[in-house]
Design a binder for this molecule. Sequence first.
Ligand code: GTP
Length: 590
Amino acid sequence: YPTEKIRNFSIIAHVDHGKSTLADRLLELTGTIKRGLGAQYLDKLQVEKERGITVKAQTATMFYNYKSKESSTSYLLNLVDTPGHVDFSYEVSRSLAACQGALLVVDAAQGVQAQTVANFYLAFESNLSIIPIINKIDQPTADPDRVKSQLKSMFDLDPSDVLLTSAKTGQGLEHVIPAVIERIPPPPGMSDSNLRMFLLDSYYDEYKGVICHVAIVDGSLRKGEKITSAATGQSYEVLDVGIMHPELRSTGFLLTGQVGYMVSGMRSTKEARVGDTLFHNKTIVEPLPGFKAAKHMVFSGLYPADGSDFEGLNNAIERLTCNDASVSVARESSTALGLGFRCGFLGLLHMDVFHQRLEQEYGTHIISTVPTVPYIFEYSDGSKVEVQNPGAFTANPKIRVVASWEPTVLATIIIPSEYVGAVITLCSERRGEQLEYSFIDSQRAFMKYRLPLREIVVDFYNELKSITSGYASFDYEDSEYVASDVVKLDVLLNGQPVDAMATIVHNLKAQRVGRELVDKLKKFIDRQMFEITIQAAVGSKVIARETISALRKNVLAKCYGGDVTRKKKLLEKQKEGKKRMKRVGVYFRI
Ligand code: GTP
């Protein structure tokens, strides 16, 4: 296929607007998969199925016979699937780099939502041709005219360019691929230049090893050739190359403008740097503009629920990060929880999905600590450090923190107008600063806020949903660090600090958070033989305190005779306690 007969495009949409269903229909329509086999073919992982969200971008090649008035020509179409959620926006922009166009899918009833806005701008800034599609027109509440006018007022998209479809009933789908061929330009690469290959994604396959998804920007790639990575300088031999149709189909070569896979004997996905440029050995090429490395914005400690099973957790994490190089992992130990890991994630959903995959795919039970964000601290000795772990706040008692900065996000919130008041209250409670407030039509408001990331990592989205009866849509992008007055809040049980429960909070909130923590802990801790004091403290100053009085009867004494069943019960109880602790970790809003 010469490049004029190739089209590379992706589908972008707000979560649930029907991106995966539409992708399935296009695969069926082109005979790439059998009808009915779909069930969201491109969403492979179990969590994705369960949550109905796309996590890892997948790509498929399709062939299509395009009939114009004069002739019928075969086209090669590469559909680059993209995740819909904000945490993965780096994957979206990565996927878009291999495309010249995008289908912007909007639900006919829900209209433009927060991620529609975010995704539109990602595509727009990558200079892609955008084909607006209003999907789910079969729904009784569909109002395509209203959505058309939103698309016009928000993005200046011409209503006459909008396609109307139902991925469910099939209505309107026949116009989608012709629009792709007519409106999206072919890839611009040069076939007689040296090879420049862009690394889109990689995953680990038990039999084949590391499989890279690649886009051939210039030149061509053949099996047996030797290639070098611009990022690492490492050389490899191309062992296999082909297309995803949608299963891997070896072709022995990939030509300019094509998207496909390559196997090259890389040992781990860490060698396959996403955004890297690969070229033939002994040639000199200008590397393609890469992507900034994914920045980890949310950290949490992960510990085996059964303290002894550190090795099990270790293995599970190793295997899982083989396929998700975007998680950072460092060993950590806690006096309360034993040996574990501190993991860094791109965002909240990313963290949630990782936790869930650990439990589901590896049967691991884990305790996770309250998520934290990276702060920057300047110390009295002049050093400036990024701190990801509350424990490291003042690791050295001789130096003091003299200034601190915290990360913020730019949040987009779209809501029915009657909820504006409630959302403004929530955002100001969370130390937000309103940057923009307008209406996208007579019923919907659009707001932009700067919010400290710290304030949205726990529970923000749930609360936003609950105060707006589920109608709010929310998206955010990382923004700058701003100066902030933060302190470390310690939790002490009988005077002993519990390292895993320490957290960093804004000074103004320390009192309230400390009180909430102590009250909640009081409910979670069982009465014991002795009195327990629970304290929250900033430095040496105790800001909240509760006591749990001792049990009157000495139940433990009965154990001394070596009553095995009783001991077992106590052990069971301890396990329960740990489970509860896990909940404590997850649900504390701090
Ligand atoms: P993410 O993968 O989470 O980004 O969502 P998505 O945009 O891929 O949405 P998905 O294709 O999973 O569709 C979401 C839900 O909408 C599913 O229950 C689909 O069956 C349903 N759906 C998709 N297209 C249509 C349609 O045209 N009409 C109707 N009525 N329902 C649809």
